[in-house]
Design a protein around this ligand. Structure first.
Ligand code: PMP
Length: 326
């Protein structure tokens, strides 16, 4: 009796966000990815990459997995990897929410914090993970370029959404970290129905909005969101089928984060709040149409309380937890 963490990944509820659906006359639906066993959408990427590496004979009991991560992929690899007998080492930028380091350390993960530097710098967490893998003969998961990340979303997240909506999705909208989610799910839904509209959401400091609208990866500024936004085109993102893009500011993200907590009892992380803000902006444009707009509640707000529910943090960033504008 009893099931494994491995078998508990996916099959997450598709929640109707009542307050926003009623305000707009659209159906705004959020896939509750915080209900995965490691608490985020990245459990899917972790399972996809471990499953593929096992099939290729790259992992066996006692192996070490190393990954560069904003935290959630590391948590997913540990939650699933411990159960299967692997050791996990992560390289992580040193500006992430403290809750994620604490969670990883509680599981005995070897966490190597590195300064935040541009991708071209060999000290970037991505290159540091690759270097450790080469030095020690460890398995490097490489979520950005490893197609088994997006393939797992194609196979599970995309099919679940299709089934849960009875095949009626009008708009898919999401932000991008590695592009695994948008790459896999946009392919799955467009294959079923090419007229599904796919809208990429981008935080400040990310280059993908410019890529979609002007064909060049450019952006400026920075964001309090974690796990999303990127200044290069990854293999997982290159497979996404995107129609257009929207930019979402940190102030817009914070307003939605507090709105969801106060009006829907949903305490979500920053990328989820950004995703729902994007879905709401689209719903306002399609007001009264009854369109079904789906997005992802990537992780839970409890992972970020030291930041987004900390008034002095918000103040230091010039952010105000205002009600949504009418
Ligand atoms: N939200 C959060 C909280 C994440 O950690 C990530 C992944 N880094 C994403 C969204 C983006 O997902 P993906 O990597 O599939 O693009």
């Amino acid at each position: 009796m009893g099931s494994t963490l491995w078998d508990s990944v996916g099959q997450t509820p598709l929640l109707r966000i009542a307050s926003l659906s009623e305000l707009t006359g659209c159906e705004i639906l959020g896939k509750a990815e915080f209900m995965n066993p490691g608490g985020s959408i990245k459990d899917r990427a972790a399972k996809g990459m471990i499953r593929d590496a096992e099939a290729r004979g790259l992992l066996k009991k006692g192996s070490t997995i190393v990954e560069g991560t904003a935290g959630n992929t590391g948590i997913g690899l540990a939650v699933l990897g411990i159960e299967r007998g692997y050791r996990v080492v992560v390289t992580m930028p040193d500006n992430q929410a403290t809750e994620k380091y604490t969670y990883l350390e509680a599981m005995g993960v070897d966490v190597r914090k590195v300064p935040v530097v541009p991708f071209a710098n060999p000290g970037h967490f991505y290159h540091q993970a690759k270097t450790l893998a080469e030095q020690h003969g460890w398995f490097w998961a490489n979520q950005f370029e490893n197609p088994s990340n997006g393939d797992f979303h194609y196979e599970t997240t995309g099919q679940e959404l299709w089934t849960q909506t009875g095949g009626r999705v009008d708009v898919l909208t999401a932000s991008v970290g590695t592009g695994g989610t948008l790459g896999g799910v946009s392919r799955a839904l467009k294959e079923k129905n090419p007229s599904v509209e796919v809208v990429l959401l981008d935080p400040p400091g990310s280059g993908l909005y410019c890529h979609v609208t002007e064909g060049k990866v450019e952006g400026s500024g920075s964001s309090i969101t974690e796990g999303i936004g990127i200044m290069r085109l990854t293999e997982n993102f290159k497979r996404a089928r995107v129609d257009r893009a929207l930019r979402i500011t940190d102030q817009q993200t914070i307003e939605m984060l507090y709105h969801l907590a106060r009006h829907d009892g949903l305490v979500v992380g920053t990328s989820a709040a950004l995703n729902v803000r994007g879905a709401w902006e689209l719903a306002k444009a399609y007001r009264g149409s009854g369109k079904r707009i789906v997005t992802f509640l990537c992780d839970h707000g409890s992972r970020y309380t030291s930041k987004v529910f900390n008034p002095s943090f918000l103040e230091s960033k010039g952010l105000v937890p205002d009600e949504l504008p009418a």
